[in-house]
Design a protein around this ligand. Structure first.
Ligand code: NAP
Ligand code: GCO
Length: 262
């Protein structure tokens, strides 16, 4: 009985920025659970490379080139995806960027761009996709939050503002759309080895050692370790889970850490 709760057969999952990193890991998790996968990106090369990688892994996926911050493109692409692949029953707002610049030195347009992709993008995507979900009387939306939805860190102020905002946007979406049997939740990854964290993960970079010492699990997360949380929040197993941020962080948020030499 229980395992069927996690079965995604017949579902169509759209993962924004699903061409690599956490998005690709979750995409593979969804297809392993039976869903059809749709990904997008802003780079045609990355999209083609990812579709090839999925197909080499025996995964049938569809890819669309569009920018999550462009309402015009999103309004054009979502009906096309639903015509060509099927009704979107799972949306993962995964596309995101980070700029590591001290706030006092950060240009307004850099601040705006981070907010635009990481916060306005999920708003535009969700308000567009939810219309079909409301008509169909069911749907799942997962927003990719972060440690920075809860904690500050030097140089990532714009990102923290966006991810903090995304946590509250998640809760408000859940409030407005739960009556339509749509569950909106967030995933809060800790520190994972992807291209986004590559600059701070280099050997000798103090952040690398700091993250390893600050994480009770004592290591960086592997993107595949997010699949369980993603499948849970995309499946019937979470039909009464709403407005929740599921942190998958190796224990970072559970502890204040301990002195390096202990
Ligand atoms: P990533 O490797 O940088 O992937 C981000 C994806 O978003 C890329 O495919 C990127 O495309 C795409 N993208 C960026 N701007 C876009 C736009 N305007 N429209 C459409 N797609 C766009 O990041 P990741 O590490 O896998 O992280 C995925 C998500 O999890 C992000 O929201 C990130 O903030 C969040 N997160 C990551 C970590 C971590 O430790 N890695 C932890 C917590 C939260 P291009 O590659 O073509 O630029
Ligand atoms: C950074 C990292 C983080 C991670 C993640 C942590 O520079 O601190 O890039 O922001 O990406 O969001 O949860």
């Amino acid at each position: 009985m229980s395992i069927q709760l996690f079965d995604l057969t017949g579902q169509v999952a759209l993962v924004t920025g699903g061409t690599h990193g956490l998005g690709m890991a979750m995409g593979k998790g969804f297809t392993a659970a039976g869903a059809r996968l749709v990904i997008n990106d802003i780079s045609a090369d990355k999209l083609d490379a990812a579709l090839k990688q999925y197909s080499e892994a025996g995964i049938d996926s569809a890819g669309y080139l569009f920018d999550v911050t462009s309402e015009k493109q999103v309004l054009e692409m979502i009906p096309r995806i639903e015509r060509e692949v099927g009704p979107i029953s799972i949306l993962v707002n995964n596309a995101g960027i980070i700029k590591r610049i001290p706030l006092a030195e950060m240009a307004v347009e850099d601040f705006r761009q981070v907010l635009d992709i990481d916060l306005v993008g999920p708003f535009i995507m969700s308000k567009t996709v939810v219309k079909g979900m409301i008509k169909r009387g069911r749907g799942k939306i997962i927003n990719m939050c972060s440690m920075m939805s809860e904690l500050g860190r030097d140089t990532v102020g714009a990102y923290a503002a966006a991810k903090g905002g995304l946590k509250m946007l998640t809760r408000n979406m859940a409030t407005e759309w739960a009556p339509y049997n749509i569950q909106v939740n967030g995933i809060g990854p800790g520190y994972y080895a992807t291209s986004q964290t590559a600059p701070i993960r280099q050997k000798g970079n103090p952040m690398n050692e700091f993250i390893i010492s600050r994480t009770p699990a004592g290591r960086w997360g592997d993107p595949d370790e997010l699949r369980g949380a993603a499948i849970f929040l995309a499946s019937r197993a979470s039909d009464f889970v709403n407005g929740h941020i599921l942190y998958v962080d190796g224990g970072i948020l559970a502890t204040i850490g301990k002195p390096a030499n202990e």
